[in-house]
Design a protein around this ligand. Structure first.
Ligand SMILES: [Zn+2]
Ligand SMILES: [Zn+2]
Length: 260
């Protein structure tokens, strides 16, 4: 997968099949939330991320590969890929999206900390299990395990959870991690963020020094606030797998003066 020709061919395949309706997340201060890339009207953070601000142990970095809009093709794909039975076409698109995201941008996360911090390579990976626990392998796990960097740290979901969308470290368990571990946590959809951030807290409780979250799709409800206008404003930008999920910029950086 590190083969550049293969990455280029798979990128072209993703753009050909889904580039017309998938949209890269926008990372722009006061336009989208600094944590979760949802549209905001002149704020640094969205309501949910603002509410959790100051809580220690949340994700050090968050990256998003695409927006998924409820009731539109991008939303159907994120639901269909894990439907029982799955929609094969949707499974193929999410597989390409996630594998290309890992191949092209998992290495970038080592630089995604606060500016001035030393780069920290990923040592472990995990996917977020369903809540409550479901039998069988989660389709996201089957995709991510093919290409994720480092060793797997297996998260287990609690058997009984009253409010699965709430932020609660008790929703998941992880075996102990070695000192200095940097875990890359992969989730398929971020709606309010409680699901992924609870898994981050569980990894933190297991000893992770650093946790970065890579999400396939930031879920958007078009009937909320200015979301519909925001999504319409992206209509002329076909999906570009070169856009970095951590920064929203071209990756590797392009243009004069950009580091190679
Ligand atoms: Zn947010
Ligand atoms: Zn990147």
């Amino acid at each position: 997968m590190a083969d550049p020709d293969l990455v280029a061919r798979l990128s072209a395949a993703l753009v050909a099949s889904a580039g017309g309706y998938l949209r890269n997340p926008v990372r722009r201060e006061l336009v989208t939330c600094a944590v979760c890339a949802t549209p905001v009207a002149g704020f640094r953070l969205c309501y949910q991320c603002q509410r959790r601000r100051g809580r220690t142990g949340l994700a050090d970095a968050t990256g998003f590969l695409a927006y998924a809009v409820a009731g539109q093709q991008s939303g159907y794909v994120m639901q269909g890929y894990k439907a029982r039975p799955p929609v094969p076409e949707h499974r193929a698109i999410v597989t390409l999206l996630v594998l290309l995201g890992l191949a092209r941008h998992a290495p970038c996360v080592k630089n995604a900390g606060a500016s001035g911090e030393a780069p920290v390579p990923v040592t472990h990976w995990a996917t977020v299990p369903s809540l409550p626990a479901q039998p069988g392998e989660h389709p996201l796990h089957a995709i991510v395990s093919r290409l994720a960097p480092g060793c797997e740290v297996t998260l287990a979901a609690a058997d009984e959870v009253d409010y699965p969308r709430d932020l609660d470290a008790g929703h998941f368990r992880a075996p102990p991690l070695p000192a200095g571990a940097h875990a890359l946590l992969v989730d398929d959809t971020w709606a309010r963020g409680g699901h992924a951030q609870s898994a981050v807290l569980a990894l933190r409780a297991a000893g992770a020094a650093r946790v970065s979250v890579l999400v396939a799709a930031r879920w958007i409800n078009a009937d909320f606030g200015g979301n519909a206008a925001f999504i319409r404003g992206l209509a002329d930008r076909d999906y570009d797998p070169a856009i970095c999920p951590w920064t929203g910029a071209a990756c590797p950086p392009r243009g004069p003066g950009a580091p190679s």
